[in-house]
Design a protein around this ligand. Sequence first.
Ligand SMILES: [Fe+2]
Length: 378
Amino acid sequence: MLNLKNAKTFFENGAVNHLHPILKELSAKRVFLVTGKASFKGLHNYQAIRSALSGYSVFHHFEFEVNPNHTDIAAGAAKVNAFNPDVILAIGGGSVMDTAKILSIVPDSKTQIAEIIQSGALPDSAPIPLILIPTTAGSGSECTQFAVVYIGDQKFSLASPSLLPNYCILDPECTWSMPPRLTAISGMDALSQAIESFWAVASTPQSREFSKQSIQLNLSVFKQVVTNPDAASREIMLKASYLAGQAINITKTTAPHAFSYYLTKKYDIPHGQAVGMLLPVFMAYNFVSNDPNINVEELHNRISDLCAALNVTDGESAVNKIKDLMVTGGIYLRFSDLKMTRPSDFEEFFDKVNIQRLGNHPVKVKRDLIDYILQISC
Ligand SMILES: [Fe+2]
């Protein structure tokens, strides 16, 4: 899917300085600012952002959960309606950007928020212009037409070109204040998205090129950006994250993401942590699949291309490489660390995922997946 809004994108250190000219271009006077609770004020370039916003009427919205639910969205939409902004500006990670994306399209709707989320029937156009500024290098949400939202424990992935931003400001300096663990978790999300997109049924030559570049950039700096970041490694990781976003905007994600949401909600672990735990499991699972319904030759070619991108020669080395990155990032968890040890824990884990929605995964995911979890990550 093309970026139908053709978001104007700026990518450079100091790119937040484009904010003021963009607001002028939009003739904006009232800015609805969406950020995280605490992280915003800790940004390295916080003062530059504040001065870009000086002279504007700003409503600062930050009261919502890390994984936003429909009541957060409804409360946010009420604030948007009351404030009547000319533009919505999100400065934050994936949840912040997803919240802002949904808020840019729902306020005018007469339909109840929960109904819109459950039906997935989003308005065709966004009534309020949207500017996205990522402050983590991971979700790639700044360039996707998707937004994740929960109703209770149930996760919904909204999809519509109207969720794309009008402007995207990628300023690596916005990621400088990320602590090592958040850097690792975010980088692992980007890596998982790029890898999943690469093996996705829906992948295309263009999406695989985005994925390959993303994987290679990510791996070239992952350890450095976690342990000893500098301007260059921060910039490269933000680019890797953006490219992974471009890749999944075409393909969507696959089984590691589909299964990760249960772990995040049930065990309250970050999204990138959850996908990072599952990625080695599915790598091993895909590598030895003998599903009679798939084109084995095509799968093996795809896997060997993936191994080349990961700079390893075989599936086992690929699995170990991901685990090694998780250990370096201090985010390596086993399922047993989550106290998932009883057979019933794994049965529930498997049953909670809608297998019908795994059609984009390159091999059929069956109950023997649990054996791989026990083998790889317990
Ligand atoms: Fe993700």
